[in-house]
Design a protein around this ligand. Structure first.
Ligand SMILES: Cc1ncc(C[n+]2csc(CCOP(=O)(O)OP(=O)(O)O)c2C)c(N)n1
Ligand SMILES: [Mg+2]
Length: 512
C-alpha cells in the first residue's frame, strides 16, 4: 500500500465520499488511489474556487466534509475566496493540497510557495505531513478537525504519497458533545422573565427546522421577537415554520430594527456589526445599554441550547398553529421583469424541498419576505460576502442531495467569478437551475458610490461598474447547459416550470 492509498482509504472510512478536485502532478498518486481504493466519487472542477465552493455547499447540506484536491500553493490560493465563505458558514471542509517532494522543496522549484501560510489564513486546522506512515493518522486528524465545523487543510508531499507503507486502520474520533453552558441559559431565562423587551437572534444550526421550532416555543412563553442573522449558511424556510426575518444588510435599517430591544439573546449568531465601516454610522449595531446574552459558544449545539432554554422557561411542548406560516401562493406577476417580480415568480413556483442558493445581490431584496409561505425549502446564502460562491455552492448542494431541485439565484457580476461551475453541473448532470439576474452591471456598487455623494457615476466609475457584453445563453450553452433568455415575468414562469420538470441543469438569463 502507498501513502496515497492510506490517505484515501482513511478518508473514505471516515465518511468522506466526494472529492471536488483540480489536480496536478503532485496530486497524481491520490488521483490514482481513488481508483485503487474506491469509495470516493471524484468531481472535476475547472477552477479551484469551484472545488472549495462546492465543498462548502456539500457541507452545508450534509454536515460532513467533502474533500477538495488542490495543486500546491497556487491551487489553494485560487480556492481561498470560497474557503473564506465556508469558514464563515462553519462548514466542515477537508482540503488536501499536494506539495513538492520533501527532498525537492529546497531547490525552490517554480511552483513552490509557502502553502502553510496560505492555509493558515482560513483553516482552523492545518498540517504538513511528515511521513508516509503517518498519513492515516494525519487524515483522521484532519477529518476530525473539519467535523468541528471548520476548514482543515492537509499538505501532502509528493514523495510520501508514493512511499510504500503498512496498511493501518485509524479511526476518526467521534465529536465530543460539548456540555451546554447552564449559566448563560439561566441568565437568558432571567432576562426573558424580566418583562424587558427582548429579541432572540438565531444563527448557524439554530436556523434549521429544529432550532426554529424551539425558538418559536420560547417566543410563545416569553413574548420575545425572533430574528435571523443576515447571511445564514443554511436556513429552513417556508410554510409550516415560524416566519423569521433576517437582520437587514444596510446598517441604518438594522440599527432601526434593533434599537427597541433592551435584551438581545444570541443562539449561534454573532453580535451584529455593519458590513463596512461607513463614516457616521456605528460599526456595532447594538448600543452599549442593550444587554447581550450568548446561550451557546458553539455553532454546533444551537438547537440543543434552544431546546434547553425552552424547557427551563416552561415553554409549551409544541408550537401553536398561529405561529406557523400558512402556505401562500402568490399570484404570478406579469410584464417586464424586475427584481421583485423575479422573487415573486420564484416564491410562487419553487417546488417543495428545493435548495435555493442565493447570490442575487440587489435583485433578491424581496425574496426573503415573499417566501415565508412558500413550499418548504433550504436557503443557502453568501455568508462571507466574497462573490463567486453561488454557482459552486449549487454544485456541492446538488451532489449532496441529488433528489432535490437546486435553484441557483444568481447575479450576473457574481456569477462571472466562478462560471466554470456550469461545466461541472453539465458534466455531472446535476439538477441545478441557474437563474441569472442580467442587469449588465455591478449595480450595488452604484449604491455605494451614492453613499460617497456620487449619484451620476463619472467615466471611470462607469467603466468599473458596467458589465455590458456578456451573453449568458451563449456561456451556458458553451459549457453544455440548455440555456434560454427571458424578458417578461410570464416567460420566466414558463421557462422555470419547464426547467423544474426536466432532470439535469438549466440556465435562464433574466433580462433586466
Ligand atoms: C471576491 C469579491 N470581489 C469583489 C467584491 C466587491 N463587490 C461587492 S458587490 C459587487 C458587484 C456585484 O454585482 P452583481 O453580482 O452583478 O450584483 P448586482 O449589484 O448587479 O445586483 C462587487 C464587485 C466582493 N464582494 N467579493
Ligand atoms: Mg449585476
Amino acid at each position: 500500500m502507498k501513502g496515497a492509498d492510506l490517505l484515501v482509504k482513511t478518508a473514505v472510512k471516515a465518511g468522506v465520499k466526494v472529492c471536488f478536485a483540480n489536480p496536478g502532478t503532485t496530486e497524481m498518486p491520490i488521483v490514482k488511489a481513488m481508483d485503487t481504493v474506491g469509495g470516493m466519487k471524484p468531481v472535476l472542477c475547472l477552477f479551484e474556487g469551484v472545488c472549495t465552493g462546492a465543498a462548502d455547499g456539500y457541507a452545508r447540506m450534509l454536515k460532513k466534509p467533502a474533500m477538495t484536491l488542490l495543486h500546491l500553493g497556487p491551487g489553494l490560493a485560487n480556492g481561498l475566496a470560497n474557503l473564506h465563505n465556508a469558514r464563515r458558514a462553519h462548514s466542515p471542509v477537508l482540503n488536501i493540497v499536494g506539495e513538492h517532494s520533501s527532498w525537492h522543496r529546497q531547490y525552490d522549484p517554480p511552483l513552490a510557495t509557502d502553502i502553510e501560510a496560505l492555509a493558515g489564513t482560513l483553516s482552523g486546522w492545518r498540517r504538513t505531513c511528515l511521513s508516509a506512515q503517518g498519513l492515516a493518522r494525519d487524515t483522521a486528524d484532519a477529518v476530525a478537525a473539519a467535523m468541528k465545523g471548520q476548514v482543515s487543510t492537509m499538505i501532502v508531499p509528493f514523495d510520501y504519497q508514493l512511499t510504500a507503507c503498512e496498511d493501518q486502520d485509524v479511526l476518526v474520533p467521534s465529536l465530543q458533545q460539548e456540555s451546554l453552558d447552564e449559566q448563560s441559559i439561566e441568565a437568558a431565562v432571567q432576562a426573558l422573565r424580566s418583562g424587558k423587551k427582548a429579541v432572540l437572534i438565531l444563527g448557524s444550526s439554530g436556523l434549521e427546522r429544529e432550532g426554529q421550532m424551539a425558538a418559536a416555543r420560547i417566543k410563545v412563553k416569553a413574548d420575545c421577537d425572533l430574528l435571523a442573522e443576515t447571511f445564514p449558511a443554511h436556513m429552513h424556510r417556508g410554510a409550516g415554520l415560524p416566519d423569521i426575518g433576517r437582520i437587514p444588510y444596510l446598517p441604518e435599517m438594522a440599527l432601526d430594527l434593533l434599537a427597541p430591544y433592551e435584551v438581545v439573546i444570541f443562539a449561534g449568531a454573532r453580535e451584529p456589526v455593519s458590513f463596512f465601516g461607513y463614516e457616521g454610522v456605528p460599526g456595532e449595531l447594538l448600543r452599549e445599554h442593550q444587554e447581550r446574552i450568548h446561550i451557546t459558544s458553539s455553532h454546533l449545539e444551537v438547537p440543543e441550547a434552544l431546546m434547553c432554554l425552552a424547557q427551563e422557561l416552561g415553554a409549551p411542548e409544541t408550537v401553536p398553529d398561529y405561529l406557523l406560516t400558512k402556505p401562500v401562493r402568490h399570484d404570478l406577476p406579469t410584464g417586464e421583469l424586475s427584481g421583485d417580480k423575479i422573487c415573486a415568480v420564484l416564491a410562487a413556483l419553487q417546488p417543495e424541498g428545493a435548495i435555493v442558493v442565493e447570490e442575487a445581490i440587489t435583485n433578491s431584496l424581496m425574496y426573503h419576505p415573499l417566501t415565508s409561505g412558500a413550499a418548504g425549502f433550504s436557503l443557502l446564502t453568501l455568508t462571507g460576502g466574497s462573490l463567486g460562491q453561488g454557482l459552486p455552492c449549487a454544485v456541492g448542494a446538488a451532489v449532496a442531495c441529488p433528489d432535490r431541485h437546486v435553484i441557483s439565484f444568481e447575479a450576473d457580476g457574481s456569477g462571472m467569478y466562478t462560471l466554470q461551475a456550469l461545466w461541472t453541473q453539465a458534466r455531472e448532470g446535476l439538477n441545478v437551475t441557474t437563474l441569472i439576474c442580467s442587469n449588465h452591471s455591478y449595480d450595488i456598487l452604484k449604491l455605494e458610490l451614492s453613499r460617497l455623494g456620487t449619484f451620476e457615476p463619472g467615466q471611470s466609475a462607469q467603466r468599473l461598474t458596467d458589465l455590458k457584453g456578456i451573453d449568458w445563453v451563449k456561456l451556458g450553452e458553451g459549457l453544455g447547459i440548455p440555456s434560454t433568455a427571458v424578458i417578461t415575468a410570464e416567460e420566466l414562469a414558463d421557462a422555470f416550470k419547464r426547467a423544474m420538470e426536466e432532470d439535469g441543469p438549466h440556465l435562464i438569463e433574466m433580462m433586466l
